[in-house]
Design a protein around this ligand. Structure first.
Ligand SMILES: [Zn+2]
Length: 549
């Protein structure tokens, strides 16, 4: 039995090598070690206990099959870490393998041949080293006589086998089993693909023909409209809106060039739900209208715009993926599993510059940020950690309101993320400003929804029940902006608005006339009319205390 333990230790040492050389995360390594040890001690232990001395060769066969499978899995994960960053999303790989044609798959292998060769090298080296060590161990052991297995050993082997089975009751452990990992992910990927297909079919079946949209472009010969969609950004944490911390120095500096709307709320407190009404004729009153009426991208394309979708969020996001798929060009720079990933928004500058440089006369560029989505500390490089542990008016106020130290710490990190977001948005506006002199360009920034970070209670995260979950920044930069009186501007900026009607404002910026454009829902229009706003089904009024459900 002792020899079996030694063999298990050797096998685990191989996995530790992958961890030590940064091919596996601690978490992945731990799970794989537990699974491998449970398998070898359970199945191998039972072989050993019941077949006695003749078991050595059976255990050897088992080890030589199972251990390489684990190492291959570790090597693949190592490659994915290199390729995709922190936590790889197998769906992105599956997409690369299955969703693209063979030429692209070939390109994937060609472009990554060095990293792939490195991963293969790791696999061969570690497997060879461990199997050779195992052979040496067996040779030494063969010289000694071993005692026949006793009852204790049999009990141990059976309990390890039971432990192995029980491990698979836990979903995260089951997913980590190298034999199940890829089949399970492929299953998940296929299900997503099916859902998207049926959504697309339902959409095209219910949609009126483009001829019935009565689309007409009424603008200049060349026009660029940029829609920057933020993520989880609450205006209460922006100095642009009077927050005592200097979280938005760049926007503050260009304040005179901006229309800064100060009474805007989102239709929902989560991403997809909000975006479905922001970018389509659907609104809170008729949330399903996106199925029967054309969305912003469709209308823009019908009016002759070339459309771009540049995103730091995941492509596999159901409806958003479907929408982005309608853009003429889309670029998703985040290969992670979703909004939990850390890929800084500044990495969008390059694809944004590419879209700006495109020669199409009329362009709609949608930029989808990760913004200040939890976990806040994953949203900014360390040089933006301005507010960690600072003692200032904000921390003093939070302390006096009885906010826990954890929530105060969350606020510090959230404000760091807001400050990085200011750098990102300020840079995007600067890029749009210098892109092409004389060309009409507008940029609208709005967050998908807000965030509660200790503004009204000891909570950090999305919130459907707090106003902070909905109160968002919205601003417009325009290089052709006509001069306005201070009073007119102030009146415009304090118009009450809810962004389920955002499509009307964007159509106005696009200068598209269509039967789906309602001037009374366009915040910039002279015909704008405010309507009752709703938050979580309840009437919303600015300034009144936070709603209680
Ligand atoms: Zn969101």
């Amino acid at each position: 039995m002792l020899i079996l333990f030694c063999r298990v230790l050797f096998s685990i040492a191989g996995l530790l090598l992958f961890f030590l050389f940064d091919q596996l995360s601690a978490n992945e390594c731990l799970k794989l070690c537990v699974l491998l040890a449970a398998f070898l001690l359970g199945v191998g232990g039972m072989l050993h206990a019941w077949r006695g001395s003749s078991s050595a060769s059976a255990v050897t066969v088992l080890l030589r099959i199972v251990v390489p499978v684990f190492y291959l899995d570790a090597a693949i994960k190592g490659f994915l870490r290199d390729y995709f960053g922190m936590r790889p999303n197998p769906n992105a790989v599956l997409q690369a393998m299955f969703a693209t044609d063979q030429a692209e798959t070939g390109e994937f292998f060609l472009h990554n041949s060095v990293a792939l060769a490195q991963a293969a090298g790791w696999f061969v080296l570690v497997t060879a080293a461990v199997l050779l060590a195992d052979r040496q161990l067996l040779r030494r052991q063969a010289a000694r006589a071993s005692r026949p297995p006793g009852l204790a050993q049999k009990c141990f082997a059976v309990s390890m086998a039971i432990f192995l089975v029980l491990l698979h009751v836990n979903t995260t452990m089951r997913r980590e089993n190298p034999a199940l990992f890829w089949p399970l992910r492929y299953q998940q990927y296929s299900a997503q693909l099916e859902a998207m297909k049926s959504m697309q079919q339902a959409l095209t079946a219910a949609m009126a023909a483009p001829g019935d949209w009565h689309v007409r472009y009424a603008g200049e010969d060349a026009r660029t409209v940029i829609l920057v969609i933020g993520e989880s950004t609450n205006r209460a944490s922006m100095s642009l809106y009077g927050y005592p911390r200097a979280t938005t120095p760049r926007l503050d500096a260009m304040r005179a060039k901006l229309l800064v709307f100060n009474d805007v709320i989102s239709p929902a407190s989560s991403t997809v739900e909000s975006m479905m009404t922001m970018l389509t004729p659907a609104d809170i009153g008729s949330p399903d209208a996106w199925m029967a009426k054309p969305n912003l991208l469709m209308l823009a394309e019908a009016a002759g715009y070339k459309t771009f979708w540049v995103s730091n969020q995941t492509r596999n996001d159901g409806w958003i993926g479907l929408l982005a798929g309608q853009a003429d060009e889309s670029d998703f720079i985040n290969y992670g599993t979703g909004r939990g990933e850390n890929n800084f928004d500044g990495n969008l500058f390059q694809p944004f510059a590419h879209a700006l440089a495109d020669s199409a006369p009329k362009k709609l560029i949608v930029v989808h940020l990760l913004g200040a989505h939890p976990s806040y500390d994953m949203r900014y490089p360390s040089r933006f950690a301005h507010f960690d542990q600072v003692q200032d008016a904000v921390s003093a106020q939070m302390a006096s309101q009885g906010r826990s130290s954890w929530i105060r710490h969350q606020r510090d990190e959230y404000d760091n993320a807001i400050r990085y977001g200011d750098y990102v948005l300020g840079t995007l506006i600067g890029m749009a400003d210098t892109a092409k002199a004389g060309r009409a360009a507008s940029l609208l920034f709005v967050s998908d929804h807000g965030q509660e970070v200790g503004y009204s209670r000891n909570h950090a995260g999305h919130s459907a029940s707090d106003k902070s979950g909905y109160e968002i920044p919205m601003l417009i930069w325009d290089n052709q902006q006509a001069p306005q009186s201070t009073a007119a501007r102030a009146a415009l900026e304090s118009r009450p608005y809810q962004t389920d009607k955002l499509d009307a404002t964007v159509l106005g910026l696009l200068k598209i006339e269509t039967r789906y454009y309602a001037a009374h829902d366009d915040i910039l229009s002279g015909a704008f009319q405010p309507v009752q706003r709703f938050m979580n089904g309840l009437q919303y009024q600015r300034g009144t205390p936070a709603l209680v459900r």
